[in-house]
Ligand binder design. Structure first.
Ligand SMILES: Cc1cc2nc3c(=O)[nH]c(=O)nc-3n(C[C@H](O)[C@H](O)[C@H](O)COP(=O)(O)OP(=O)(O)OC[C@H]3O[C@@H](n4cnc5c(N)ncnc54)[C@H](O)[C@@H]3O)c2cc1C
Length: 495
Protein backbone atom coordinates (compact mmCIF):
# COMPACT_ATOMS: atom_id res chain seq x y z
CA UNK A 1 0.00 0.00 0.00
CA UNK A 2 1.07 3.60 -0.56
CA UNK A 3 0.58 6.33 2.08
CA UNK A 4 1.43 10.01 2.33
CA UNK A 5 2.29 12.03 5.45
CA UNK A 6 3.83 15.45 5.61
CA UNK A 7 6.63 14.09 7.83
CA UNK A 8 7.95 10.62 8.52
CA UNK A 9 10.07 9.96 11.61
CA UNK A 10 12.34 6.94 11.39
CA UNK A 11 12.71 5.34 14.83
CA UNK A 12 10.61 5.48 18.03
CA UNK A 13 13.34 5.98 20.64
CA UNK A 14 13.23 9.03 22.90
CA UNK A 15 14.35 11.29 20.00
CA UNK A 16 11.63 10.17 17.58
CA UNK A 17 8.88 10.16 20.21
CA UNK A 18 9.77 13.62 21.53
CA UNK A 19 9.89 15.05 18.04
CA UNK A 20 6.49 13.44 17.39
CA UNK A 21 4.99 14.98 20.53
CA UNK A 22 5.87 18.50 19.41
CA UNK A 23 4.58 17.88 15.88
CA UNK A 24 1.35 16.47 17.30
CA UNK A 25 0.77 19.54 19.48
CA UNK A 26 0.45 21.62 16.34
CA UNK A 27 -1.70 19.04 14.51
CA UNK A 28 1.05 18.33 11.99
CA UNK A 29 0.50 15.27 9.79
CA UNK A 30 3.25 12.75 10.63
CA UNK A 31 3.94 9.07 11.21
CA UNK A 32 6.68 7.30 13.20
CA UNK A 33 8.03 4.08 11.71
CA UNK A 34 9.66 1.73 14.21
CA UNK A 35 11.47 -1.50 13.38
CA UNK A 36 10.81 -3.26 16.69
CA UNK A 37 7.53 -4.32 18.29
CA UNK A 38 8.14 -1.82 21.11
CA UNK A 39 9.08 1.82 21.44
CA UNK A 40 11.91 3.29 23.52
CA UNK A 41 15.02 2.13 21.61
CA UNK A 42 17.95 2.31 24.07
CA UNK A 43 15.53 2.90 26.93
CA UNK A 44 14.83 -0.61 28.11
CA UNK A 45 13.42 -1.08 31.61
CA UNK A 46 12.21 -4.63 32.26
CA UNK A 47 10.53 -6.45 35.13
CA UNK A 48 12.07 -9.75 36.18
CA UNK A 49 10.28 -11.45 39.06
CA UNK A 50 10.21 -8.76 41.78
CA UNK A 51 13.00 -6.66 40.25
CA UNK A 52 12.95 -3.57 38.09
CA UNK A 53 15.97 -3.71 35.78
CA UNK A 54 17.39 -0.98 33.58
CA UNK A 55 19.30 -2.43 30.64
CA UNK A 56 19.85 0.98 29.08
CA UNK A 57 19.81 4.33 30.90
CA UNK A 58 19.32 4.11 34.67
CA UNK A 59 18.55 7.72 35.40
CA UNK A 60 17.92 11.12 33.86
CA UNK A 61 19.57 14.29 35.02
CA UNK A 62 17.11 17.17 35.24
CA UNK A 63 19.08 20.40 35.21
CA UNK A 64 17.92 23.97 35.45
CA UNK A 65 18.13 24.17 31.66
CA UNK A 66 16.53 20.79 30.85
CA UNK A 67 13.57 22.69 29.47
CA UNK A 68 12.27 20.08 27.08
CA UNK A 69 12.52 17.21 29.55
CA UNK A 70 10.62 19.28 32.11
CA UNK A 71 8.09 20.44 29.53
CA UNK A 72 7.46 16.90 28.29
CA UNK A 73 7.05 15.55 31.83
CA UNK A 74 4.48 18.31 32.44
CA UNK A 75 2.69 17.77 29.12
CA UNK A 76 2.40 14.05 29.84
CA UNK A 77 1.34 14.72 33.46
CA UNK A 78 3.80 12.17 34.81
CA UNK A 79 5.61 14.33 37.36
CA UNK A 80 4.02 12.36 40.19
CA UNK A 81 5.75 9.27 38.81
CA UNK A 82 9.22 10.82 39.24
CA UNK A 83 11.41 9.29 41.93
CA UNK A 84 14.52 10.92 43.40
CA UNK A 85 17.39 9.22 45.27
CA UNK A 86 17.14 8.33 48.95
CA UNK A 87 18.78 10.93 51.23
CA UNK A 88 21.63 8.57 52.17
CA UNK A 89 22.29 7.66 48.52
CA UNK A 90 24.00 10.82 47.37
CA UNK A 91 27.53 9.49 47.68
CA UNK A 92 29.45 8.46 44.58
CA UNK A 93 32.68 6.52 44.80
CA UNK A 94 35.83 5.84 42.90
CA UNK A 95 37.27 2.39 43.45
CA UNK A 96 41.05 2.03 43.44
CA UNK A 97 42.54 -1.39 44.14
CA UNK A 98 39.25 -2.56 45.71
CA UNK A 99 39.05 0.47 48.04
CA UNK A 100 36.14 2.88 47.75
CA UNK A 101 36.97 6.59 47.96
CA UNK A 102 34.02 8.94 48.26
CA UNK A 103 33.97 11.78 45.73
CA UNK A 104 34.04 15.08 47.61
CA UNK A 105 36.52 17.24 49.52
CA UNK A 106 38.40 14.15 50.80
CA UNK A 107 39.57 13.49 47.24
CA UNK A 108 41.89 16.49 47.51
CA UNK A 109 44.27 14.72 49.90
CA UNK A 110 43.76 11.22 48.53
CA UNK A 111 46.32 9.45 46.38
CA UNK A 112 44.02 9.94 43.38
CA UNK A 113 45.75 13.29 42.93
CA UNK A 114 49.37 14.39 42.87
CA UNK A 115 50.79 17.74 44.01
CA UNK A 116 50.66 19.15 40.51
CA UNK A 117 46.90 18.50 40.28
CA UNK A 118 46.34 19.88 43.80
CA UNK A 119 48.30 23.06 43.08
CA UNK A 120 46.48 23.59 39.78
CA UNK A 121 43.14 22.96 41.47
CA UNK A 122 43.93 25.70 43.98
CA UNK A 123 44.67 27.96 41.01
CA UNK A 124 41.30 27.03 39.45
CA UNK A 125 42.78 24.93 36.64
CA UNK A 126 45.02 27.72 35.37
CA UNK A 127 46.95 27.00 32.16
CA UNK A 128 47.27 28.47 28.69
CA UNK A 129 44.17 27.83 26.58
CA UNK A 130 44.72 25.27 23.86
CA UNK A 131 44.50 26.11 20.18
CA UNK A 132 44.15 22.43 19.36
CA UNK A 133 40.60 21.85 18.10
CA UNK A 134 40.96 18.09 18.35
CA UNK A 135 42.36 17.93 21.87
CA UNK A 136 41.30 14.74 23.64
CA UNK A 137 39.55 14.75 27.01
CA UNK A 138 42.62 13.05 28.51
CA UNK A 139 45.03 15.68 27.16
CA UNK A 140 42.73 18.46 28.29
CA UNK A 141 42.71 17.32 31.93
CA UNK A 142 46.42 16.49 31.85
CA UNK A 143 47.11 20.03 30.65
CA UNK A 144 44.74 21.68 33.11
CA UNK A 145 45.64 19.51 36.13
CA UNK A 146 47.84 16.42 35.73
CA UNK A 147 47.96 13.08 33.97
CA UNK A 148 47.51 11.37 37.35
CA UNK A 149 44.21 13.12 37.78
CA UNK A 150 43.24 12.22 34.20
CA UNK A 151 44.04 8.56 34.97
CA UNK A 152 42.39 8.36 38.37
CA UNK A 153 39.31 10.53 37.99
CA UNK A 154 38.62 11.34 34.36
CA UNK A 155 39.18 7.87 32.88
CA UNK A 156 36.78 6.20 35.37
CA UNK A 157 34.17 8.88 34.71
CA UNK A 158 34.39 8.72 30.93
CA UNK A 159 34.59 4.93 30.75
CA UNK A 160 31.83 4.45 33.31
CA UNK A 161 29.39 6.99 31.91
CA UNK A 162 30.10 7.04 28.16
CA UNK A 163 31.66 3.58 27.81
CA UNK A 164 34.44 5.67 26.26
CA UNK A 165 38.18 6.21 26.35
CA UNK A 166 39.22 9.79 27.25
CA UNK A 167 42.31 9.30 25.08
CA UNK A 168 40.08 9.23 22.00
CA UNK A 169 37.05 11.36 22.93
CA UNK A 170 37.42 15.01 21.97
CA UNK A 171 36.77 17.59 24.66
CA UNK A 172 35.22 19.95 22.12
CA UNK A 173 32.35 17.61 21.27
CA UNK A 174 32.13 15.35 24.34
CA UNK A 175 32.30 18.19 26.91
CA UNK A 176 31.46 21.38 24.99
CA UNK A 177 30.98 23.45 28.16
CA UNK A 178 34.55 22.73 29.32
CA UNK A 179 35.87 23.48 25.86
CA UNK A 180 34.09 26.83 25.74
CA UNK A 181 35.23 27.68 29.29
CA UNK A 182 38.84 26.97 28.30
CA UNK A 183 38.51 29.18 25.23
CA UNK A 184 37.05 31.98 27.36
CA UNK A 185 39.71 32.11 30.05
CA UNK A 186 43.06 30.47 31.04
CA UNK A 187 41.52 29.65 34.45
CA UNK A 188 39.05 26.79 34.00
CA UNK A 189 37.17 27.80 37.13
CA UNK A 190 36.75 31.38 35.95
CA UNK A 191 35.85 30.22 32.44
CA UNK A 192 33.17 27.91 33.85
CA UNK A 193 31.76 30.68 36.02
CA UNK A 194 31.62 33.00 33.00
CA UNK A 195 29.99 30.31 30.85
CA UNK A 196 27.43 29.56 33.55
CA UNK A 197 26.60 33.23 34.02
CA UNK A 198 26.23 33.67 30.21
CA UNK A 199 23.88 30.68 30.19
CA UNK A 200 21.94 32.14 33.10
CA UNK A 201 21.49 35.42 31.25
CA UNK A 202 20.10 33.59 28.22
CA UNK A 203 17.89 31.48 30.50
CA UNK A 204 14.33 31.83 29.33
CA UNK A 205 13.12 29.86 32.35
CA UNK A 206 9.94 27.85 32.44
CA UNK A 207 7.11 27.38 34.83
CA UNK A 208 7.19 23.62 35.00
CA UNK A 209 7.54 22.74 38.64
CA UNK A 210 9.74 19.71 38.17
CA UNK A 211 12.50 19.31 40.74
CA UNK A 212 16.06 19.33 39.39
CA UNK A 213 18.42 16.44 40.05
CA UNK A 214 19.12 12.86 39.09
CA UNK A 215 15.92 10.87 38.98
CA UNK A 216 13.92 8.13 37.37
CA UNK A 217 10.27 7.07 37.35
CA UNK A 218 8.29 4.59 39.44
CA UNK A 219 8.31 2.07 36.59
CA UNK A 220 11.81 2.99 35.39
CA UNK A 221 12.82 5.31 32.54
CA UNK A 222 10.44 3.41 30.31
CA UNK A 223 7.52 5.23 32.01
CA UNK A 224 8.59 8.23 29.94
CA UNK A 225 8.59 6.46 26.58
CA UNK A 226 5.41 4.53 27.42
CA UNK A 227 3.57 7.75 28.24
CA UNK A 228 4.85 9.29 24.99
CA UNK A 229 3.81 6.22 22.99
CA UNK A 230 0.31 6.28 24.48
CA UNK A 231 -0.07 9.91 23.57
CA UNK A 232 1.18 9.27 20.03
CA UNK A 233 -0.67 5.98 19.49
CA UNK A 234 -2.38 7.07 16.28
CA UNK A 235 0.96 8.21 14.80
CA UNK A 236 2.97 5.07 15.45
CA UNK A 237 3.64 2.02 13.33
CA UNK A 238 5.55 -0.78 15.05
CA UNK A 239 7.22 -3.69 13.22
CA UNK A 240 7.77 -1.27 10.35
CA UNK A 241 11.48 -1.36 9.53
CA UNK A 242 12.54 1.11 6.86
CA UNK A 243 14.52 -0.93 4.35
CA UNK A 244 14.85 1.47 1.43
CA UNK A 245 14.69 5.19 0.84
CA UNK A 246 14.13 7.07 -2.39
CA UNK A 247 14.75 10.74 -2.78
CA UNK A 248 12.13 12.27 -5.07
CA UNK A 249 13.45 15.18 -7.06
CA UNK A 250 10.76 17.79 -7.56
CA UNK A 251 9.52 18.17 -11.14
CA UNK A 252 11.55 15.17 -12.29
CA UNK A 253 9.22 12.34 -13.25
CA UNK A 254 5.71 11.66 -11.99
CA UNK A 255 4.78 11.18 -8.33
CA UNK A 256 1.14 10.93 -7.30
CA UNK A 257 1.91 13.04 -4.20
CA UNK A 258 3.08 16.43 -5.49
CA UNK A 259 4.76 17.51 -2.23
CA UNK A 260 6.62 14.23 -1.70
CA UNK A 261 10.40 14.50 -1.41
CA UNK A 262 11.01 11.03 0.03
CA UNK A 263 9.65 7.55 -0.24
CA UNK A 264 10.33 5.08 2.59
CA UNK A 265 9.83 1.44 1.74
CA UNK A 266 9.22 -0.83 4.76
CA UNK A 267 10.02 -4.50 5.24
CA UNK A 268 6.34 -5.42 5.03
CA UNK A 269 6.10 -3.98 1.52
CA UNK A 270 4.42 -0.61 2.18
CA UNK A 271 5.57 2.70 0.71
CA UNK A 272 5.40 5.88 2.80
CA UNK A 273 5.74 9.12 0.88
CA UNK A 274 6.56 12.30 2.78
CA UNK A 275 7.82 15.84 2.44
CA UNK A 276 10.12 15.81 5.48
CA UNK A 277 12.26 12.90 6.58
CA UNK A 278 13.33 12.93 10.25
CA UNK A 279 16.13 10.50 10.97
CA UNK A 280 16.77 9.18 14.48
CA UNK A 281 18.37 5.84 13.56
CA UNK A 282 21.69 4.73 15.07
CA UNK A 283 24.57 5.15 12.61
CA UNK A 284 24.87 1.47 11.69
CA UNK A 285 21.18 1.03 10.88
CA UNK A 286 21.13 4.29 8.96
CA UNK A 287 24.25 3.50 6.94
CA UNK A 288 22.79 0.10 6.03
CA UNK A 289 19.56 1.77 4.94
CA UNK A 290 21.49 4.27 2.82
CA UNK A 291 23.63 1.54 1.26
CA UNK A 292 20.57 -0.52 0.34
CA UNK A 293 18.90 2.57 -1.08
CA UNK A 294 21.66 4.28 -3.01
CA UNK A 295 24.47 1.84 -3.78
CA UNK A 296 22.90 0.00 -6.70
CA UNK A 297 24.33 -3.16 -8.25
CA UNK A 298 27.62 -1.54 -9.30
CA UNK A 299 28.92 -1.20 -5.71
CA UNK A 300 30.09 -4.62 -4.56
CA UNK A 301 31.44 -4.19 -1.08
CA UNK A 302 31.14 -1.41 1.46
CA UNK A 303 34.74 -0.22 1.24
CA UNK A 304 34.96 2.51 -1.38
CA UNK A 305 36.47 5.96 -1.64
CA UNK A 306 34.98 9.38 -2.37
CA UNK A 307 36.85 9.27 -5.72
CA UNK A 308 35.03 6.06 -6.63
CA UNK A 309 31.72 7.73 -5.73
CA UNK A 310 32.54 10.77 -7.88
CA UNK A 311 33.13 8.51 -10.87
CA UNK A 312 30.38 6.03 -10.22
CA UNK A 313 27.39 8.10 -9.03
CA UNK A 314 24.84 9.04 -11.67
CA UNK A 315 22.92 11.63 -9.64
CA UNK A 316 23.72 14.30 -7.06
CA UNK A 317 21.66 12.56 -4.38
CA UNK A 318 23.43 9.24 -5.00
CA UNK A 319 26.78 11.01 -4.69
CA UNK A 320 25.73 12.81 -1.51
CA UNK A 321 24.34 9.76 0.25
CA UNK A 322 27.12 7.35 -0.68
CA UNK A 323 29.58 9.84 0.80
CA UNK A 324 27.40 10.20 3.86
CA UNK A 325 27.33 6.39 4.13
CA UNK A 326 31.13 6.35 4.37
CA UNK A 327 31.15 8.92 7.20
CA UNK A 328 28.40 7.14 9.11
CA UNK A 329 30.30 3.88 8.88
CA UNK A 330 33.25 5.49 10.64
CA UNK A 331 31.15 6.36 13.72
CA UNK A 332 32.12 4.06 16.52
CA UNK A 333 29.87 2.49 19.16
CA UNK A 334 31.66 0.11 21.59
CA UNK A 335 30.19 -3.13 22.82
CA UNK A 336 28.77 -2.81 26.33
CA UNK A 337 27.57 -5.53 28.67
CA UNK A 338 25.06 -4.80 31.44
CA UNK A 339 25.00 -7.29 34.31
CA UNK A 340 22.44 -7.25 37.09
CA UNK A 341 23.56 -9.15 40.20
CA UNK A 342 21.22 -9.84 43.10
CA UNK A 343 22.35 -10.78 46.64
CA UNK A 344 20.49 -11.44 49.86
CA UNK A 345 20.85 -8.42 52.18
CA UNK A 346 22.21 -10.65 54.94
CA UNK A 347 25.20 -11.66 52.79
CA UNK A 348 26.47 -8.10 52.30
CA UNK A 349 28.74 -6.88 55.10
CA UNK A 350 29.63 -3.46 53.69
CA UNK A 351 27.62 -0.51 55.06
CA UNK A 352 28.43 1.67 52.06
CA UNK A 353 25.41 3.48 50.58
CA UNK A 354 25.29 5.65 47.49
CA UNK A 355 24.93 5.76 43.71
CA UNK A 356 27.68 3.33 42.94
CA UNK A 357 31.34 3.35 42.01
CA UNK A 358 33.58 3.87 39.01
CA UNK A 359 36.74 1.82 38.74
CA UNK A 360 40.26 3.22 38.41
CA UNK A 361 41.93 1.15 35.68
CA UNK A 362 45.57 1.15 36.76
CA UNK A 363 46.56 -2.07 35.02
CA UNK A 364 43.43 -2.25 32.90
CA UNK A 365 42.57 -5.35 34.87
CA UNK A 366 39.23 -4.42 36.44
CA UNK A 367 36.22 -6.59 35.65
CA UNK A 368 33.69 -3.74 35.51
CA UNK A 369 33.83 -0.18 34.25
CA UNK A 370 31.53 0.82 37.06
CA UNK A 371 28.76 -0.54 39.26
CA UNK A 372 25.46 1.16 40.16
CA UNK A 373 23.54 0.44 43.38
CA UNK A 374 19.90 0.70 42.16
CA UNK A 375 18.32 -0.52 45.40
CA UNK A 376 20.36 1.92 47.49
CA UNK A 377 19.45 4.74 45.09
CA UNK A 378 15.76 4.55 44.29
CA UNK A 379 12.66 3.00 45.85
CA UNK A 380 10.81 0.16 44.13
CA UNK A 381 13.76 -1.46 42.32
CA UNK A 382 13.48 -4.70 44.29
CA UNK A 383 10.62 -5.94 46.47
CA UNK A 384 12.31 -8.82 48.31
CA UNK A 385 14.98 -8.91 51.06
CA UNK A 386 17.66 -8.51 48.39
CA UNK A 387 19.96 -5.87 46.93
CA UNK A 388 20.46 -5.25 43.24
CA UNK A 389 23.75 -4.14 41.65
CA UNK A 390 24.13 -3.20 37.99
CA UNK A 391 27.61 -3.48 36.49
CA UNK A 392 28.80 -2.22 33.10
CA UNK A 393 31.54 -4.14 31.30
CA UNK A 394 33.46 -3.76 28.04
CA UNK A 395 33.25 -0.31 26.46
CA UNK A 396 36.23 1.30 24.74
CA UNK A 397 38.67 0.28 27.48
CA UNK A 398 37.96 -3.47 27.39
CA UNK A 399 36.65 -4.32 23.90
CA UNK A 400 38.08 -7.86 24.14
CA UNK A 401 35.58 -8.78 26.87
CA UNK A 402 32.87 -8.96 24.21
CA UNK A 403 34.25 -12.32 23.09
CA UNK A 404 34.37 -13.89 26.60
CA UNK A 405 31.59 -16.19 27.75
CA UNK A 406 28.82 -14.51 29.77
CA UNK A 407 29.49 -16.98 32.62
CA UNK A 408 33.14 -15.90 32.84
CA UNK A 409 32.26 -12.20 32.69
CA UNK A 410 29.63 -12.64 35.40
CA UNK A 411 31.99 -14.51 37.73
CA UNK A 412 34.73 -11.89 37.28
CA UNK A 413 32.30 -9.10 38.11
CA UNK A 414 30.92 -11.07 41.05
CA UNK A 415 34.41 -11.60 42.50
CA UNK A 416 35.28 -7.93 42.14
CA UNK A 417 32.02 -6.82 43.73
CA UNK A 418 32.31 -9.41 46.51
CA UNK A 419 35.73 -8.03 47.44
CA UNK A 420 34.73 -4.37 47.29
CA UNK A 421 31.41 -4.72 49.15
CA UNK A 422 32.41 -7.68 51.34
CA UNK A 423 29.80 -10.05 50.04
CA UNK A 424 30.17 -13.48 51.57
CA UNK A 425 28.74 -15.89 48.99
CA UNK A 426 30.25 -17.88 46.13
CA UNK A 427 27.87 -16.48 43.53
CA UNK A 428 24.92 -14.09 43.25
CA UNK A 429 21.41 -15.37 43.97
CA UNK A 430 20.18 -14.15 40.58
CA UNK A 431 21.96 -12.77 37.55
CA UNK A 432 20.67 -11.11 34.38
CA UNK A 433 22.95 -10.32 31.46
CA UNK A 434 22.20 -7.92 28.64
CA UNK A 435 24.53 -6.95 25.84
CA UNK A 436 24.54 -3.91 23.55
CA UNK A 437 26.64 -4.79 20.48
CA UNK A 438 26.67 -1.05 19.66
CA UNK A 439 26.02 1.00 22.77
CA UNK A 440 26.85 4.71 22.76
CA UNK A 441 28.31 6.76 19.88
CA UNK A 442 31.81 8.00 20.65
CA UNK A 443 32.52 11.68 20.07
CA UNK A 444 36.02 11.06 18.76
CA UNK A 445 37.94 12.33 15.72
CA UNK A 446 35.80 10.24 13.33
CA UNK A 447 32.65 11.74 14.78
CA UNK A 448 34.28 15.16 14.42
CA UNK A 449 34.99 14.45 10.74
CA UNK A 450 31.41 13.24 10.25
CA UNK A 451 29.94 16.41 11.80
CA UNK A 452 32.33 18.57 9.82
CA UNK A 453 31.28 16.91 6.58
CA UNK A 454 27.59 17.26 7.45
CA UNK A 455 28.02 20.95 8.24
CA UNK A 456 29.74 21.42 4.86
CA UNK A 457 26.86 19.64 3.13
CA UNK A 458 24.13 21.10 5.31
CA UNK A 459 22.42 23.09 2.58
CA UNK A 460 22.31 20.07 0.24
CA UNK A 461 20.79 17.91 2.96
CA UNK A 462 18.32 20.60 3.97
CA UNK A 463 17.26 21.11 0.35
CA UNK A 464 16.30 17.45 0.37
CA UNK A 465 14.25 17.98 3.58
CA UNK A 466 16.57 15.64 5.49
CA UNK A 467 16.45 16.29 9.27
CA UNK A 468 18.92 14.86 11.80
CA UNK A 469 17.47 13.93 15.16
CA UNK A 470 19.90 11.27 16.36
CA UNK A 471 21.99 11.07 19.54
CA UNK A 472 25.25 11.40 17.57
CA UNK A 473 23.93 14.76 16.35
CA UNK A 474 22.92 16.78 19.38
CA UNK A 475 24.28 14.83 22.38
CA UNK A 476 23.74 11.38 23.86
CA UNK A 477 21.99 12.10 27.15
CA UNK A 478 18.23 11.67 27.20
CA UNK A 479 17.85 15.34 27.96
CA UNK A 480 20.06 16.35 25.01
CA UNK A 481 18.17 13.99 22.66
CA UNK A 482 14.92 15.66 23.72
CA UNK A 483 16.25 19.22 23.28
CA UNK A 484 17.45 18.31 19.80
CA UNK A 485 14.13 16.62 18.95
CA UNK A 486 12.11 19.69 19.90
CA UNK A 487 14.42 21.92 17.84
CA UNK A 488 13.88 19.70 14.77
CA UNK A 489 10.10 19.69 15.27
CA UNK A 490 10.04 23.48 15.58
CA UNK A 491 12.14 23.91 12.43
CA UNK A 492 9.75 21.69 10.49
CA UNK A 493 6.68 23.48 11.84
CA UNK A 494 8.23 26.81 10.89
CA UNK A 495 9.13 25.73 7.35
C1 LIG B 1 23.66 1.11 28.24
C2 LIG B 1 23.30 2.55 28.06
C3 LIG B 1 23.20 3.35 29.20
C4 LIG B 1 22.83 4.70 29.07
N1 LIG B 1 22.68 5.45 30.20
C5 LIG B 1 22.18 6.71 30.12
C6 LIG B 1 21.80 7.42 31.29
O1 LIG B 1 21.90 6.91 32.40
N2 LIG B 1 21.27 8.68 31.14
C7 LIG B 1 21.10 9.26 29.92
O2 LIG B 1 20.63 10.41 29.84
N3 LIG B 1 21.43 8.58 28.77
C8 LIG B 1 21.95 7.33 28.84
N4 LIG B 1 22.24 6.61 27.69
C9 LIG B 1 22.08 7.28 26.37
C10 LIG B 1 20.61 7.33 25.91
O3 LIG B 1 19.91 6.22 26.40
C11 LIG B 1 20.54 7.31 24.38
O4 LIG B 1 21.43 8.27 23.81
C12 LIG B 1 19.13 7.65 23.90
O5 LIG B 1 18.18 6.82 24.54
C13 LIG B 1 19.07 7.49 22.38
O6 LIG B 1 17.75 7.69 21.94
P1 LIG B 1 17.43 7.82 20.38
O7 LIG B 1 15.95 7.90 20.25
O8 LIG B 1 18.23 8.93 19.79
O9 LIG B 1 18.00 6.48 19.72
P2 LIG B 1 17.53 4.99 19.96
O10 LIG B 1 17.06 4.81 21.34
O11 LIG B 1 18.66 4.14 19.49
O12 LIG B 1 16.27 4.83 18.99
C14 LIG B 1 16.39 4.56 17.61
C15 LIG B 1 15.17 3.73 17.21
O13 LIG B 1 15.26 3.45 15.81
C16 LIG B 1 14.77 2.14 15.59
N5 LIG B 1 15.25 1.66 14.28
C17 LIG B 1 16.49 1.20 13.95
N6 LIG B 1 16.55 0.87 12.66
C18 LIG B 1 15.33 1.14 12.14
C19 LIG B 1 14.76 1.02 10.83
N7 LIG B 1 15.48 0.57 9.80
N8 LIG B 1 13.47 1.40 10.65
C20 LIG B 1 12.72 1.88 11.69
N9 LIG B 1 13.21 1.98 12.94
C21 LIG B 1 14.50 1.64 13.17
C22 LIG B 1 15.33 1.37 16.77
O14 LIG B 1 14.64 0.15 16.96
C23 LIG B 1 15.11 2.36 17.91
O15 LIG B 1 13.84 2.20 18.52
C24 LIG B 1 22.60 5.26 27.78
C25 LIG B 1 22.71 4.45 26.64
C26 LIG B 1 23.04 3.11 26.77
C27 LIG B 1 23.12 2.24 25.55
Amino acid sequence: MDYYHESIILGAGISGLTCGLYLQQRLHDFLILEKEGRTGGRILSTREQDLLLENGPNAVLIKQRSYVLKEVIAKLAISERLVYPFDDARGRFVCKRDNLIKLGPAIFFSDLLDWSARAKMLLGGLSKSSLEEKETVYDFFSRKFSSKMADNLVTPLVSGIYAGDPKSLLVRTAFPLLHRADKRCPSLLLGMLKEKSALKKSDTGNDYRVKNGICTFIGGIRDLTLALSEKLAGHLRLHAAAVKLRSIIKDKGFCRYPDARWMVHTADGDNYFCKNLIVTLPAEELSELIFNSFAGDGVGDRQFSDEFVDEYATSDSQKLFLKLFRRLQALHYPWLGVIHLVYAKKDISSRVRGFGFLNVHEQKDRAALGVLFPTYMFPGRCRGPEELFTAFVGGELYPEIASSSPEKIIMNVHQELATVLKINVARPEKVFFFSWPKSIPQFDKYHYAFKDWCVDHDSQLRNLNWNWCANYWGGVSISDCMENAKRVAMEILAS
